[in-house]
Design a binder for this molecule. Structure first.
Ligand SMILES: *Cc1c(COP(=O)(O)O)cnc(C)c1O
Length: 351
């Protein structure tokens, strides 16, 4: 089965080999306080910063998932409340998770298909944190780095937190334009699920130290203390960290990855322009995600495409939430091969 699901998604071809290597080298049973682990962890931090162009003074934390990052942020970085800017299901979920812990949290939804207009948002007060989803996996839209910088400029007293779960390692992110970035690895990293990464600016680290939340096993001060020794408070997903180190070793500079992602997205748009029944869910190409492509058609057509694709061993992503019946989603993630894209396009062309 070739998976075009936008998460969990196709893993890199080399993963089974890396798993075998991990077993042979005893990685699956190493102690997470051992020298072997620390050396591997140190290497991961160095490689992540190098390949993804993360500023050297940012701190990387290992978590279990992106959802866990929502909770860590709510517990460790918010005193009173946060402002949540979103246009889709993942941004809304992040708002809801945070709202359960901090009733003072505010929602600033914006329209799908419209570029984010910072002035129109009219965020009131001085939220501790502004939370925004870079790449909205549910509807295939993305927020520009320019918008992030504008948001930060308008709210200089707030930290800016960015959910980049379905874009990190697929497109080039300007890490300096926000304070907290996070993702889980089963999307653009091309790895199996069960590991999240949280990337924090010095200001975010300072805030966590000031608030000094110590109530949870994954409270940021504990995680930061342990990460000074390249460790975690809990036993982490050591196998997945090993796989991450192997994938990062092979990964080109993110600018190169970004160029391929954009080229493939452009090619998808040209291809879609020639189809009669399927079109992008969002008309305005300026707000399109480069990594998740949602296609819209009549419900009967969508259903038939998905079923017939499955018979051809092609797994298409289900539509999300309100768009479940009328859309399908196609991942444009780095682990997908050019030949697989050609195969899917030839299937869609003949459908
Ligand atoms: C997939 C996804 C999540 C959830 O990731 P988990 O690893 O399941 O916690 C959160 N936000 C976005 C934007 C996503 O695409």
């Amino acid at each position: 089965m070739i998976s075009f699901y936008p998460g969990p998604s196709r893993v890199h071809d080399a993963i089974p080999r890396y798993v075998a290597d991990a077993h042979r080298a005893g990685i699956m049973s190493i102690n997470h306080r051992s020298k072997t682990f620390v050396t591997m962890s140190q290497k991961i931090v160095t490689l992540l910063k190098d390949r993804l162009r993360i500023p050297r003074n940012y701190t990387i934390l290992y978590t279990g998932s992106a959802t866990e990052c929502w909770e860590i942020i709510a517990q460790s970085l918010i005193r009173e409340g946060s402002a949540h800017v979103y246009n889709g299901a993942f941004g809304e979920k992040w708002y809801q998770y945070t709202h359960r812990l901090h009733p003072g949290v505010q929602a600033y939804p914006f329209e799908v298909g419209r570029a984010l207009n910072i002035d129109q948002l009219a965020i009131t007060g001085r939220p501790d944190l502004v939370c925004i989803t870079h790449n909205e996996t549910s509807n295939g839209t993305a927020v520009s780095m320019k918008s992030l910088r504008a948001l930060r400029k308008q709210l200089p007293h707030s930290l800016l937190a960015v959910d980049a779960t379905s874009s990190m390692a697929g497109v080039n992110l300007d890490f300096r334009s926000a304070d907290i970035w996070f993702a889980s690895v089963q999307k653009c990293f091309g790895l199996p699920a069960g590991l999240g990464l949280m990337i924090c600016s010095p200001a975010a680290v300072e805030r966590a130290r000031q608030i000094n939340d110590q109530r949870y096993y994954n409270s940021m001060p504990f995680m930061l203390d342990m990460m000074e020794k390249f460790q975690t408070p809990f036993t982490p997903n050591v196998l997945n960290l090993y796989l991450l180190s192997r994938v990062l070793e092979k990964m080109p500079d993110i600018r190169e990855v970004d160029a391929t992602t954009v080229k493939r997205y452009d090619q998808w748009m040209t291809f879609l322009g020639r189809l009669q029944h399927l079109h992008h869910l969002v008309d305005n190409p300026k707000v399109h995600s480069q990594t998740v492509i949602p296609l819209q058609a009549e419900p009967g057509y969508i259903q038939a495409v998905k079923e017939k694709a499955a018979k051809h061993n092609i797994l298409l992503g289900e539509g999300y939430g309100a768009w479940k019946a009328t859309t399908l989603r196609i991942a444009n993630f780095p682990a997908i091969k050019a030949g697989e894209i050609r195969l899917l396009q030839s299937f869609l062309k003949d459908f």
